[in-house]
Design a protein around this ligand. Sequence first.
Ligand SMILES: C[S@@+](CC[C@H](N)C(=O)[O-])C[C@H]1O[C@@H](n2cnc3c(N)ncnc32)[C@H](O)[C@@H]1O
Length: 236
Amino acid sequence: MEELYSTLARYYDLMYANKNYKEEAEILHSIIQKRKRSDGNMLLDVACGTGRHIEFLKVHYDIVGLDLNEDMLRIAWERNRDVEFVQGDMTSFKIDRQFDAIICLFGSINYVRTMKRLDAAIAKFTEHLKNGGALIIEPIFTAESFRDEHLSITCVDNTNCKIARVGVSRRKGNIALLEMHYLIAVQGEIRHIKEIHEMGLFTRRSIVDTLSRYGLTPEIIKGGLGRENLFVGVKT
Ligand SMILES: C[S@@+](CC[C@H](N)C(=O)[O-])C[C@H]1O[C@@H](n2cnc3c(N)ncnc32)[C@H](O)[C@@H]1O
């Protein structure tokens, strides 16, 4: 997992240049403000990637960013030198603070793969939430919404860098296999990189039940940030 994002960390922001992180941050802020009952403004971004949400959320919150991958974290830190970053696994991290809000976005939760590890991640999120704090999880897909044999293509067409990423998704039991091939033309060379992302297919029910089991009041926000539903849990 750590390796997957290492090779391509430097191209991540180019691949998602059209994703509107500013607008997403404002939607997230409004969701958090309407739900949280704790008084503070501490926010933990789990699997923060290159820190693009943090860039816009830090005007509202004191933020800690957590990610497994040190190359992603380095880019996040270069973008947000005023923010604290921690390297860790969402199923086992320990930070000596509790937060008013925890977010885990853009399919990062699917990387835990199994129900056992989903349980461990939500246990960790709950442990790090204040009473009245709000958790927001955005899967990239659920078992219900996953499209088997879905094909995708993303292109980057900058003067000094051309990328074509072609992908196909397949279901293997409760796991989605996302096979991606990158052709990257940069500095007079073309590289071909192949990756297979293994991502858990969790039912909506299983996510909601896991939130409830840890004492979080669950809610599904349909359509969320314009992709999959958001799963919210408030610690009561
Ligand atoms: C699709 S990116 C999302 C990044 C960011 N949240 C965004 O919206 O752009 C997935 C991120 O999850 C991180 N990740 C994967 N498994 C993880 C784990 N077990 N614990 C913490 N981070 C993890 C990866 O390193 C990567 O930065």
